[in-house]
Write a protein that binds this ligand. Structure first.
Ligand code: SAM
Ligand code: SF4
Length: 337
């Protein structure tokens, strides 16, 4: 599927919950209000949307949240999505706290790769950022995933004065383990607006100074806009996702589906296209009168129309650099980061 700017849209990020077992200060601090469970897409509904999306060319899915592993049966959802014709890859982004517990079931259900959020290697800083003392559980999830041969990417959001000084230690994990480490610039979404980002441009310069033989790693990895470099002899690469200091909108390939059944053309803007309406709205009551096969085909066509509409509404680029132009007001955990 191509959007109005000729970009191929073949990737969808699906938020399956707005709940989380951590309280990262820039994402979901204490006291945030949660959506009632009955307003959240069921797994059957998510699969129905994905069946329609796959017929339009969406071939790669990322399960996110909130924290996807706090929703019961998350591994089985992955199994359901993997069976959809045309879906080539299903990956997940997690805070890693419950990863080791669920890893066997995730692997059984065909998870293709995992992104694990890890902003710090220091237990006190971890507690300061996430509000919890579970760094060892995350390390265990990383260890077991690597041992199982699952492709692993660690994602770090740096904050000056908190974990900003850990960038080199985090980058050097790629010299010790076969995994990639990516630095994501703090985006002015939700509570992220209150934080100053660490510039990836500056980080890259510092990394080049430290390793003059640093080489760009051109092999395509993952679904996103990261640019990768490799420290000589390292086992993995260091990636930079620079929403602010390296606008990557020209290569945007994605749609987002929120846990409440809305398609988001772009993270920066509040505009959404409602698909829940097709599944649960007035029209769906009319569909109930139809024969099962006619009903499924009718709903699929309507879903495809909405998905195409969302793709058609993708803007040329975000405007994170101009605060007044950012119209998305919800938190990252509510949208699906
Ligand atoms: N709970 C899972 C996790 O932590 O990976 C999945 C959801 S979380 C919202 C996905 C990613 O979004 C995390 O890596 C988190 O650090 C990142 N994130 C949250 N708020 C952000 C912001 N304002 N700017 C950049 N990244 C952000
Ligand atoms: Fe939870 Fe992930 Fe947000 Fe942290 S970044 S609060 S782990 S959803």
């Amino acid at each position: 599927m191509k959007d109005s700017y000729g970009r191929i849209i073949d990737y969808m990020r699906i938020s399956i919950t707005d709940r989380c077992n951590l309280r990262c200060r820039y994402c979901m601090p204490e006291g945030i209000s949660l959506v009632p469970m009955e307003e959240i897409l069921t797994y059957e509904e998510i699969a129905e949307i994905c069946r329609a999306a796959s017929e339009l060319g969406i071939s790669r899915l990322k399960i996110t949240g909130g924290e996807p592993l706090v929703r019961p049966e998350c591994p089985e959802l992955i199994g359901m999505l993997k069976k959809i014709p045309g879906i080539k890859q299903v990956t997940m982004t997690t805070n890693g706290v419950a990863l080791s517990q669920y890893l066997p079931r995730l692997l059984e259900n065909g998870l293709d790769a995992v992104n694990i959020s890890l902003d710090t290697l220091n237990p006190q800083t971890y507690q300061q950022i996430t509000g919890k003392n579970q760094l060892d559980d995350v390390f265990e999830g990383i260890r077991q995933s690597v041992r199982a041969g699952l492709p692993v990417k660690l994602n770090a959001v740096l904050q000056p004065g908190i974990n900003g000084g850990e960038w080199l230690e985090l980058a050097r994990l790629t010299t010790l383990f076969p995994l990639d480490v990516r630095f994501i610039e703090m985006m002015p979404i939700g509570y992220g607006r209150n934080y100053r980002p660490v510039s990836n441009q500056e980080l890259l310069l510092r990394l080049k100074n430290m390793y003059p033989d640093l080489r760009k790693d051109e092999s395509i990895r993952g679904n996103g806009p990261a640019v990768y470099y490799r420290i000589p002899q390292a086992k993995g690469s260091v990636g930079f996702i620079s929403a602010l200091h390296g606008k990557f909108c020209k290569s945007c390939n994605r749609l987002r589906l929120t846990s409440q059944g809305k398609l988001k053309p772009c993270l920066c803007f509040e505009e959404e296209v409602d698909v829940m309406e097709i599944l649960r709205g007035k029209e769906s009551a009319v569909h109930r009168e139809l024969q099962e096969d006619v009903r499924a085909a009718t709903r699929k066509e309507l879903l495809k129309q909405r998905i195409s509409k969302a793709v058609g509404r993708k803007p040329r680029e975000h405007h994170f650099e101009t605060a007044e132009q950012i119209t998305e007001c919800r938190q990252m955990a509510q949208i699906g980061g």
